[in-house]
Design a protein around this ligand. Structure first.
Ligand SMILES: C[S@@+](CC[C@H](N)C(=O)[O-])C[C@H]1O[C@@H](n2cnc3c(N)ncnc32)[C@H](O)[C@@H]1O
Length: 231
């Protein structure tokens, strides 16, 4: 899995040649049945009018001061999120409290929609690109999921609800924004009602690693990485 960098051009991910290469990679890494299941899932989304496709953000309407610090939209798949949650549970050696899932930089809403499907009571996504936030709203409506909300806001301006139980980052922005988000979260640390865990996928900065004890770090067969923390 390629890491995205701020303002990177990720449009190649929507080309047919890229999709064919991903198909063969999935056959090799996961086998025939999981690959067919994934294709079925894609077809279901297409029929429902759901769009989780990769999209560059530099021509989108972005809110706040940190327009040049964000990465392109690459959506989390349900299989990857499911794997991350299993691995977090393994790291903490107990079942996760699946209360409120919050995704900073939530794009078209893939991770928040999947989180609800994977057992979270509620899921909130914070997205600074207006067009992506609107796509997320459409996707939530098209799939008819309740308890899932996309908020049009810059990540640095968002205050987490007290009942947050899991914070998710899928390499959304650089260290400038991450440091501000981290500082805001730390100011709230004593207000949370539950233990709060953090999953940082494809980490591109060391803000979390430098300040909080790392519970675990995993590199997956796809090349994606994940870091796990407890606040
Ligand atoms: C790699 S995508 C992850 C999408 C989503 N989390 C998922 O897993 O499906 C990064 C997203 O972060 C958003 N983003 C970047 N900077 C942001 C900021 N300062 N505030 C809110 N969202 C931001 C981008 O617009 C993009 O949609």
């Amino acid at each position: 899995m390629r890491k995205t960098h701020t303002n990177a051009d990720m449009s190649h991910e929507n080309r047919l040649s890229y999709k064919i290469s991903i198909f063969f990679k999935s056959l090799r890494d996961n086998g025939i049945f999981p690959t067919i299941r994934k294709m079925g899932q894609r077809l279901y989304y297409k029929i429902k009018g759901v769009d989780f496709s990769t999209q560059n953000i530099y021509d989108l309407t972005r809110k706040g001061e940190y327009k040049e610090h964000g990465t392109a939209l690459v959506s989390t798949s349900i299989d990857f999120l499911s794997q991350l949650l299993d691995d977090l549970e393994r790291a903490i050696e107990k079942p996760l409290n699946k209360g409120l899932f919050v995704d900073f930089g939530s794009g078209k809403g893939a991770a928040i929609i999947h989180a609800k499907k994977l057992g979270f009571k509620r899921a909130i996504g914070v997205e600074f690109a207006k067009e992506l936030h609107e796509s997320a709203q459409k996707n939530i409506k098209a799939l008819g999921v309740d308890g899932v909300e996309s908020i049009y806001e810059d990540a640095t301006a968002y205050t987490l609800p007290k009942d947050t139980s899991l914070i998710y980052f899928f390499n959304p922005f650089d260290e400038v924004v991450m440091q501000k988000v981290f500082d805001n979260i730390m100011k709230q640390k004593d207000n949370f009602e539950n233990d709060v865990y953090v999953i940082y996928g494809n980490a591109s900065c060391t803000v979390w690693r430098d300040n909080i004890e790392l519970l675990d770090k995993i590199t997956y067969i796809s090349g994606a990485t994940a870091e796990f923390y407890k606040l």
